[in-house]
Write a protein that binds this ligand. Structure first.
Ligand code: UDP
Length: 337
């Protein structure tokens, strides 16, 4: 029988790609999203890619009555919980807003799920839970915490909530997916990341610079202890990331309990390597200069991706050049929209 999967935050960057993947695998997909950082167009675009539109509820996950209506109307089997505020800098400025939104919505979701006998959840976590002190590469067994901002702490705290919940009741299955650096876009060019205002993250800044919207990319720091002096990150194509969610749903169906799983390639690339790959793959210049370090950046971190391979039979397939080509296609298609 067809599985019905609820995606909270399903109209966002990662959620929309997870929706495409699940629809292509034959699932029914329900999206609950308040559109606070996304756009309803995305729902039609997901339909244009897959030939089948998800069912859309414009709902704030913290709104219990609205969420109750979704669960009453739909035979939800499992939830992928992606809804949440995600801007690191803003979380430092507005910590209460971040704690209130991210924690409150998760608590409401878990209570409503429990009341409706739905106990499989995939949570959108982040490598930021590894904090600043762990050696690289990061393995899931390492201690978490020591986060450097409220956004990161909300991920850490929600992981803990899910751990306690799963320990209290063996019917729960909770998979925390720790994302490394998601970039890229669907190869159709119809969905991708749509940052508000001046981008903080590297890839949207690169694509906007290539498009002439930004004059120049500043590479933050050229004196790190890495081969070319710039920071190194584990960039992961969002389509690979979405496939990881589908695999995690299969896992949650088979196994109960709590588990954390890294979703990364296991191979770091430097900021300059990404810029050079982007220029070559797209045959377009990205004006850039090396500037000062950005406060709070770690020199290098990447995933040990062994557990995902073993438990989910999943690994990344796309290259850095694929990420650069797909991000650029999306940038060109989305301009002016
Ligand atoms: N970065 C950069 N210039 C920018 C944005 C980011 O050099 O305009 C660097 C940043 O210092 C980090 C890497 O790109 O080393 C990835 O940053 P991003 O904000 O995308 O993700 P993070 O790793 O901080 O989560």
């Amino acid at each position: 029988m067809e599985r019905t999967i609820l995606l909270t935050g399903g109209a966002g960057f990662i959620g929309s790609h997870v929706a495409v993947e699940l629809l292509q695998q034959g699932c029914r997909v329900i999206i609950a999203d308040d559109l606070s950082n996304s756009c309803e167009d995305v729902v039609q675009r997901i339909g244009a890619i897959t030939g089948r539109e998800p069912i859309f509820y414009q709902t704030d996950v913290a709104d219990r009555a609205a969420l109750e209506r979704v669960f009453a109307a739909e035979p939800v089997e499992a939830v992928v919980h992606l809804a949440g505020y995600k801007a690191v800098g803003e979380s430092v400025q507005k910590p209460l807003m971040y704690y209130r939104n991210n924690l409150d919505s998760t608590l409401t979701l878990l209570e409503v799920m429990d009341a409706h006998d739905v106990r499989q959840i995939i949570f959108s976590s982040s490598a930021t839970v590894y904090g600043e002190k762990n050696p690289i590469p990061y393995t899931e067994q390492m201690p978490t915490g020591g986060c450097t901002n409220p956004y990161g702490w909300t991920k850490y705290m929600i992981e803990q909530m899910l751990k306690d919940l799963a320990a209290s009741d063996p019917r729960w299955s909770a998979v925390c997916l720790r994302y490394f650096n998601p970039v890229g876009a669907h190869e159709s060019g119809l969905i991708g990341e749509a940052p508000n205002g001046i981008p903080n993250n590297l890839m949207p800044y690169v694509t906007q610079t290539a498009a002439g919207i930004r004059k120049e990319l500043t590479v933050f720091g050229g004196d790190y202890p890495t081969p070319d002096g710039t920071c190194m990150r584990d960039f992961i194509h969002v389509v690979d990331l979405a496939r990881g969610h589908a695999a995690a749903l299969e896992y949650a169906r088979r196994e109960s309990g709590w588990i954390a799983i890294n979703l990364g390639s296991g191979r770091p690339s430097s900021v300059l390597e990404l810029v050079h790959t982007f220029q070559e793959a797209n045959d377009i210049p990205v004006p850039h200069r090396v500037g000062d370090r950005r406060e709070g950046d770690l020199a290098s971190y990447y995933a040990d991706a062994t557990r995902a391979k073993e438990l989910l039979d999943w690994q990344t397939e796309k290259t850095l050049a694929d990420m650069c080509r797909d991000s650029w296609r999306w940038q060109q298609n989305s301009q002016g929209k």
